[in-house]
Design a protein. Sequence first.
Length: 274
Amino acid sequence: MLKDISVLLPVDRPAGALIDCAASVATLFEAHLDGIACVYQALNPMIASEAAAVVMAAEYETGVEQAAAVLDQFEIATRRLDIPHDAKSTFDVSYAATRTLTQMSRLYDLNIVAQPDRSNPSQTDFLSEAVLFGSGRPMLMVPYITHAPIKTDRVLICWDGGIPATRAVHDALPFLRKAKTIDVITVNEKEGESEASSAALLAHLARRDLSATPYRITADGPNIHNAILSLAADNNTDLIVMGGYGHSRLREFILGGTTRGMFESLTVPALISH
């Protein structure tokens, strides 16, 4: 079961809906919830010009004040619901903040993050990819359009037989056990192509007393994420379970096409594992 959860709180965009979603997950599993606010500077002020350092110092002070405000909001929400919790913050330059947050995220059963919003960029948009690829733990991404607590009545598993999808299914078992309906979607699946077929997954879930309904669809590569989200909308899906794919380029991870499409277009909370 999930007993130790974190939520990574943006300090430069509204966080109320994200806090409410995280609190609903913690309540669902009777878990401890840590709220973590990250304030960072793009450059080390020690190597910036004098004028730039002044501007950066002012931005940093604003960030510190915003972090305190969002953590106060987190404290009020968790105390009202009697959720065991802690409020934390980290302050550093961007590359060090990434390292610090990924190290912290490795010690939680689940990390909850906000979906990046391209129309309203946040300083902490990078954290979703950093946590996905650097934590080794499942990540729950909450769409920026979400304004309601997380539900688990209907769960949609995205299955391709790959390692990330396999990890996601097993990371999601606490949610699957609470679901009333489980759907499994495969895209462009060919019969007999893999031992890890959707039929084999359904049999595996059945041995855990989890009944699931298969959906086999076809879509071209650039539209796979749209096909998944279309089915999720048609079925009133509450939660998507999926593997997070990417490849390493030097010291960065670059999201795969479908994963990036889901990051950008997500309309339903998604548990993503790498």
